[in-house]
Design a protein around this ligand. Sequence first.
Ligand code: NDP
Ligand code: 2IT
Length: 447
Amino acid sequence: MIDEKLQPIFDEVLRRNAGESEFLQAVQEVLESLGAVVAKHPEYAHNALIERICEPERQIIFRVPWVDDRGEVQINRGFRVQFNSALGPYKGGIRFHPSVNVGIIKFLGFEQIFKNALTGLPIGGGKGGSDFNPRGRSDGEVMRFCQSFMTELYRHIGEYTDVPAGDIGVGSREIGYLFGQYKRLTNRYEAGVLTGKGLVYGGSRARTEATGYGTAYFVQEMLATRAADFDGKRVVVSGSGNVAIYTIEKVTEFGGKVVACSDSAGYVVDDEGIDLDLVKQIKEVRRGRISEYAKLKGSTASYVEGGSIWEVPCDVALPSATQNELTGKDARVLIEHGVLAVGEGANMPCTPEAVKLFQEAGVLFGPGKAANAGGVATSALEMQQNASRDSWTFEQTEERLAAIMRDIHRRCAETADEYGKPGDYVLGANVAGFVRVAEAMEALGVV
Ligand code: NDP
Ligand code: 2IT
């Protein structure tokens, strides 16, 4: 429920962003958390501060023409939403997926504001992307697409302005092509303009692993509040991309047994525990489908086409694919199977109904803006290394990441306690993130 004082703000957001369902869903969830804050700190509602947080500072939409391998001209749409720069340059990933539209980029950019604030690092919130579908495209096609995308984007970004990174469909290959074109267009070796770079041209160690590792660290902290840990737990991780792979890696290191993962076509179950080297071979090297896992692994593994991965019984569920992939129906099944904790590796993977069911059932629930903040936090560490022309060891970087995740957990938990909702990480994350942004916005005046 949105507090009656904040309802007119949401009504206006609804009117102005009609039909952008994911964006409206993300705003509604945050506004539902803010009633108690404005009661305690009326100054945060002055000068239309909350209305301003809900309106992007700048939205850029552009045409991306490119030539495919058959010589035919293709047209895609590019986006960059520069949502909030009160705490630092806009920061957030770029998503290439056919489903991308302005509402999805705005939801992601909005979430990013609070996530980035929670890291405690000096980064504002933004997000970008395109409806380009990299599936089945050659390296040459992906390169030409990235070059055309950057040919417009370069004028809007910069190390002090806006620093994109990867997201769905954008990994180190795409970041390399984007950085190459930025360098060519500007004639500047400005490493801090993008993060998620390869190690040989200014990337940070542990950035590839950071989101997944960070999610595992965050969930470990949640489990510890119930005197539990990953050891011996059955874990299900959806997706099999960057976040899923490194979540599986760290959870396994922590003693958990990951028994299932997926892609958009189906899921695999392996009661021996997922063989991560095989998943990496299929997904990172061959860019193949998860169905191949069952064929290659043999009798312990099975592949289920379509269906819901959340039917696989588990103690810990880590949705790490995409928004709204875990519904109320799935949540009921997980609760029936006795799930102890759910951590969002993806952005907003659980529907509002699912979140409510988990919380009512007393399941530990870590929202994405806290649980998956390790990726962007390590991007900020990459920016630090670029600014100081330094390069840290893997251990040093992972130690910083682990400390940041423990800190985010503590801040969310303490904020939930302060507002009389112990264990409510949704409230804790929204409020702790909001307060930091609100204080900066108040100080900076009406801009
Ligand atoms: P990848 O592109 O590496 O992997 C995405 C995975 O999710 C693939 O297995 C993909 O399957 C699956 N997937 C994507 N879209 C859908 C869909 N519509 N339905 C079902 N499955 C789908 O992306 P990431 O791992 O980087 O991102 C995963 C999630 O984590 C996203 O929500 C992203 O926003 C979030 N995130 C990413 C961060 C990062 O640093 N990369 C940081 C924080 C959050 P298929 O191959 O079949 O499409
Ligand atoms: O959703 C996210 O936090 C990301 N895709 C990572 C953003 C970043 O700038 O590293």
